[in-house]
Design a protein around this ligand. Structure first.
Ligand SMILES: Nc1ncnc2c1ncn2[C@@H]1O[C@H](COP(=O)(O)OP(=O)(O)OP(=O)(O)O)[C@@H](O)[C@H]1O
Ligand SMILES: [Mg+2]
Length: 259
């Protein structure tokens, strides 16, 4: 990943987002470099998921500009946008798997829909992704209701990786996991980045993830980015929203001395 570190893969410029009278973003700007794990941090309702949805073209900002993989999303053609969607994988906050489909079918859904690969090859790729995220081969035949929370997250990650994306968008990937499960999942995300050379944009509430796997991050607050950078830089930031995040009882300023 060295050599690519300063090449932006996602840029957000002056984004304003309104839902009726409610202004969620009022001039949000940030940039994600190729090869990094980039965190989006901020209180509940600060617009993290909304921003993520704008990056993957599920929502349109009211104004401003978003570039992903060198394409300007506001002016992209339908054909180019279909192309672009195949180059990223997404793990949504609700993590929803299709409950009526097996693990195998959930992971393979995009391959079967878009790739036109022969069924035998699809099955091999799916088995490989299931193995890659640390699930046993016999999980393939199970239904979501038969899985633990941690397994569901892994299946959702395998599904996001199915099309060999360059870029992954993860919305609260460790939410709902216990600390041990969350740490294991963080390690898996790091390993995927390192072995597959991915770039990752990750919404998180989890300060442990920020301390351990995130390279740089933005803190959303007061409808803007109130801080952006590496942990050591953001920790120096005097903005009250930042102080609140990192100095509360659940922060880590008192128990650790930085990374
Ligand atoms: N489609 C929508 N229509 C109207 N309002 C919306 C819509 N999507 C999001 N909002 C509002 O935008 C604000 C930001 O929501 P968002 O889901 O982006 O927050 P978040 O930072 O992801 O919060 P959390 O940490 O709780 O997931 C909220 O006030 C929400 O009610
Ligand atoms: Mg959210």
């Amino acid at each position: 990943m060295s050599g690519h570190m300063n090449e932006p893969i996602v840029t957000v410029k002056d984004v304003v987002t309104r839902f009726g009278e409610v202004v969620v973003h009022d001039g949000v700007s940030l940039s994600v470099n190729r090869g990094e794990i980039y965190g989006l941090l901020g209180g509940s309702g600060s617009g993290k998921s909304t921003l993520l949805k704008e990056m993957i073209m599920l929502l349109q900002p009211s104004s401003g500009e978003i570039n992903v993989l060198g394409r300007k999303l506001q002016t992209i053609s339908a054909a180019d946008s279909a192309d672009l969607r195949r180059r990223w994988g997404v793990l949504f906050q609700a993590g929803a798997l299709y409950s009526s489909l097996t693990v195998e079918e959930n992971v393979g859904i995009k391959l079967r829909e878009y790739s036109h690969l022969p069924e035998k090859l699809v099955r091999d790729i799916v088995a490989m992704k299931i193995d890659m995220v640390g699930l046993p081969a016999n999980a393939a035949g199970l239904y979501p209701a038969e899985l633990s929370g941690g397994m569901i997250k892994r299946v959702a990650l395998a599904r996001a990786l199915a099309m060999d994306p360059e870029l992954l968008f993860l919305d609260e990937p460790t939410s709902g996991l216990d600390p041990v499960g969350a740490e294991a999942f963080d390690r898996l995300i790091l390993e995927m980045r390192d072995t597959l050379g991915l770039s990752i944009v990750m919404v998180t509430h989890d300060l442990d993830s920020i301390w351990t796997i995130v390279d740089r991050f933005a803190v959303l607050g007061e409808r803007k980015v109130v801080a952006e950078g590496r942990l050591a830089e953001v920790l120096e930031n005097p903005h009250p929203v930042v102080r609140q995040f990192f100095s509360g009882e659940r922060g880590r300023l008192r128990s650790r001395n930085g990374k």
